[in-house]
Ligand binder design. Sequence first.
Ligand code: PEP
Length: 232
Amino acid sequence: MKFIVGNWKMNGTLDEKEAFLKALKNVKTNNKIIICMPFTLVYGNDHGITIGAQNISEHANGAYTGDISGQMLKDADVKYVLVGHSERRLYHNETNAIVKAKAIAAIKNGITPIICIGETLADKKAGRTMTVVKKMLLECIPEKCKYIIAYEPRWAIGSGKTPTLEEITAVFETIHKTLHQQGCENISLLYGGSVNSNNAKQIINIKNVDGLLVGGASLKSDTFLPIIKSID
Ligand code: PEP
């Protein structure tokens, strides 16, 4: 079983959610489909697909206006949450330490964090991809091996560009080895960044790639369904 995870970002109304779920209702797949929706849409996890969230507070409760705690997500029956997406790091100054704290908060509430890591274009151009990815990984992972890692090169997100298959292979090998050294054997690893129905199958067949994280192409069933079908 592979994971196909959608990230709706700040998109989606209740009508759009219902239309999307209706379109996906009868899809036959052996893979696990999770859509990380905005907080307003996470409630109601009773469909063939699993609804996840896009953020979680590192705090348990209290004076943190606008934040949503792990307990609140648990109440809404959320089972997966993205943490450390590059847009959160960029627009909300989330550091590796904050990302780790968020991952711990999720695990405490029985929610699997999908920890996002990835290098910038400047890192890539300077030949620092492996060093940056490894450092981010080690600084973001909690002690308990109860998380998913999403490798998303920042320059690949929403750009229509992806690393070569060889580059993805090398990064996943590094992530896999690093987690092994940390005593974590069965962590699922996702690739994210400009995935579409033309490249999904090739990417998911790369060694150590256990799934995909899909942004733009997950917003409409017209573009998401072909991805699901292409890898089944
Ligand atoms: C994302 O934002 O997590 C992502 C992978 O976006 P896109 O698929 O649009 O590149």
